[in-house]
Design a protein around this ligand. Sequence first.
Ligand SMILES: Nc1ncnc2c1ncn2[C@@H]1O[C@H](COP(=O)(O)OP(=O)(O)OP(=O)(O)O)[C@@H](O)[C@H]1O
Ligand SMILES: [Mg+2]
Length: 411
Amino acid sequence: MYHDQNRRRNGDEPAAPGDVHPDAPGAPDGTGASDGPGGPEQPTPGGFDPERLSGRLRSRVLGQEPAVAAVVRAVVLATAGATDPQRPLANLLLVGPTGVGKTELVRQVAAELRSGPDDLCRVDMNSLAQEHYAASFTGAPPGYAGSKEAFTVFDRTTVEGDPYRPGIVLFDEVEKAHPTVLRALLHVLDNGTLRLANGQQTISFRNSFVFLTSNLGSAELARRRDARWRRAADRLGARSGALTARLAAKGNKDVLTAALRGFFDTEFLNRIDETAVFTELDTATAERIAALEIELLRQRLSRRSVRLDADASVTALLAERGFDPVYGARGLRRTVRTVLAAPVADAVLRVRPSGGEPVHLRVRAGADGEMRVTPQDTPDGTAGREAPDATEGREAPDREGARDRAEATDA
Ligand SMILES: Nc1ncnc2c1ncn2[C@@H]1O[C@H](COP(=O)(O)OP(=O)(O)OP(=O)(O)O)[C@@H](O)[C@H]1O
Ligand SMILES: [Mg+2]
């Protein structure tokens, strides 16, 4: 059960079990997840299921099992009420190179525990690097413009959650923040409260999962990495791939730990409940991410009556052209956009310049490294609909819609 200081502070009466929000993982009858076999937002009887949460997170954040396990552990502890009520539900530090799924994991946690992947309070610590801006962390001091409004970078409702939904706070790139911000953060991690500079109000983090991300040590990792060697090793086969992955993970962890110790004070690190280390992505994971991105594109198009069938060669080509260990999966997404989505979009507009009749397209990778998009006949007019065997969809349309919107704002 999540802590109930919000309920007490707000003076609300505890809700009867029947009033519990079905989404709440901590709720007695809640599932904490959606999209059961019966469709989206169907609570399954039996309560919060850690296995299910873990499976769903692993299907969206690939190849980062230890990090997912750390997050699931934190949710289990909080749901069981085993955490200190005077502190946040969990303080998790996510470290690792760029583009390997740190922010994505937190977004997916928000999708599972709250209403969607963007239903979290994200604080870009990079923007609080200068002392001048650092004041917005705790709001304007008395006498300054804005002190009455108690404006801060925090959105109170997403930070504090409610008795049945935890809040989620993400401090992105925590090492970039100004030292005064880090000092205030120390208090948040320790006491779960932040007193605003106007001296009258406090924001409570005691019902929140606090995530901090950092790239510390990644530059050092990048220096050590010999991308060509890694790729060659990956190609040698599954066994040696697994071995290199294990060695790389071990080496990464040592480098990252040293970097964290060198940067943060011990008192800061002592307040972190668990540090989850994200590993560099390997070629096999890159292919799985490429397949996931293709699937997301397929789902998006199917809502516009476009059925897309992509050969296995497409996944392989995207992973080969788009994946660079230095940039993680970010380059992969860009490649999916330019190499696959663009020619597909061209074909859609060519085949269907106006109107919304169903279109069926087949894509395969040509020997020249370009995508071949071929329109297929749709005699029975079923082309645009979901094919009966196309059940790999990992997210419901509403969730996907939220992600699309997030992507649009990313750009
Ligand atoms: N392990 C992964 N599994 C699936 N998709 C991933 C993974 N890693 C990255 N991606 C994709 O790449 C995009 C960028 O990843 P993300 O924002 O999580 O990077 P990050 O680790 O937070 O990097 P940075 O340190 O630069 O912020 C995500 O939106 C996601 O689509
Ligand atoms: Mg990030």
